[in-house]
Design a protein around this ligand. Structure first.
Ligand SMILES: [Zn+2]
Length: 79
């Protein structure tokens, strides 16, 4: 995990704003879904990708280097 050095305060509704530079760098836009994880005392936000990054399938999807890939595409790549 890499520190951005950015500090933001949580507002009275529990919200924070992601800095524009961060959203641009990570290709995040209004309406994109984020998954929320915890690691010890940390909160981790990850861009939600619902299906295989290659074909969009949601069947038998696993993560490889933080990217979703389905069994069929994984098999094709290993040929
Ligand atoms: Zn696929």
């Amino acid at each position: 995990m890499k520190s951005t050095g950015i500090v933001r305060r949580i507002d009275n509704l529990g919200r924070i704003t992601l800095p524009i530079e961060l959203r641009k760098n990570l290709d995040m836009d209004c309406g994109d879904a984020l998954e929320i994880y915890t690691e010890g005392n940390s909160v981790v936000l990850r861009k939600h990708e619902s299906g295989c990054v290659f074909c969009g399938s949601t069947r038998k999807v696993t993560l490889y280097k933080d990217k979703a890939i389905c069994e069929n595409c994984r098999r094709e790549l290993s040929l």
